[in-house]
Design a protein around this ligand. Sequence first.
Ligand code: PLP
Length: 443
Amino acid sequence: MPRTQVTTNNLEAFWMPFTANRQFKQAPRMLVAAEGMYYRSADGRKILDGTSGLWCCNAGHGRPKIVEAIARQAKELDYAPAFQMGHPKIFELAARLVTYMPPGLDHVFFTNSGSESVDTGLKIALAYQRAIGQGTRYRMVGRERGYHGVNFGGISVGGIGANRKQFGAGLLPGVMHIRHTHDAARNAFSRGNPEHGGVEFADDLERLVALADASTIAAVIIEPVAGSTGVLIPPKGYLERLRAICDKHGILLIFDEVITGFGRLGAPFAVDHFGVTPDIVLTAKGITNGVIPMGAAFVKKEIYDAFMNGPEHMIELFHGYTYSGSPVAAAAAIGTLDTYEEEGLLTRASELASYWEDAIHSLKGLPHVIDARNCGLVGAIELEPIAGQPTKRAFTAFLAAFEKNLLIRTTGDIIALSPPLIIQKSEIDVLFETLRGILKTLA
Ligand code: PLP
């Protein structure tokens, strides 16, 4: 069936997020079903999922434990008020989730998305500094090229120009940015963590401390591996150095693990993979395998305890969402953790990492490929932009991939890959053979 005839719906009313609406509506790319590693398109093709949906379906699609848990929960207790009331599943989930964190990161606040986790983390950081008598610490430090979702807190600490410029006048005051960690000249085609620049890039925080004084800085927020900007892997020693500088100056360190959490790097979280423990860890996406919206902010005991004073009948933190830890999301998360655990998925990426790495780097030398980088089951292939038409080359590759039954993601002129953690080596072969074919013919 030709693609233009696949839907009888009028496409006009829906303003699609982060989408070239006019282009899409002329030639819609509709997904109508999914199972395991594959989507099914409206014209009946099986599409290999090279992106875990949007970095979220880590266990693949249509997983029975998750689907059944949601159905059961919706029947038993569909919703319970999130404020001043509780339900057993969310306490069960919280107690289970904190066992994945390093000792001390043992409290969790629930949200409904990565963006909300980010705003929650920033608000907790500010409120904590105030609670311990450090109320002059009002500044947040983000990083150039960082992506922390789309709420005002997130775009303020975020460092992707296109996500900020339309809303420039509304950004949070007092935010500063350290430099990003990408150094194409020295680190192109690095396998895993790049060699160069770790200490040097982290020391950029000292520049901001010298400028603003540590007594004004509440927290630094970074993605341990930057995802949405095009997969930037931290150079060796970078995260350790950043941790040391934060400790020296009493600045909280926040890891945004919305992408790196739940097995993406080959360990349950980036904190395990890199052996660096921040004060706050933000998650979403893989927490429910992307099936029901949910996010979570993990905080250290000292942070939680700093709020637990004053009259006991008083609310300690004036923050929360109607759907914070809703019963159906909690059930979905428990079904997700069961699936991850039974199938060893939170460490499976470590078994596939070297095969994956070889596959990505085999694209070196193809036309327009100027970098390839990888970590765990994440990878990026950076293309030389067409002069005067940035993003077009990669977008053309994305469209061609979909025609060839492969879903990839592009950002700028970078192809980002993050398949479900259930992927087989034979499917990695298909993914890269398809990409190779496309890159060979790309103008
Ligand atoms: N933080 C990071 C690191 C992300 O990659 C994303 C989404 O890709 C977000 C936050 C925002 O998550 P959401 O789209 O669920 O709001």
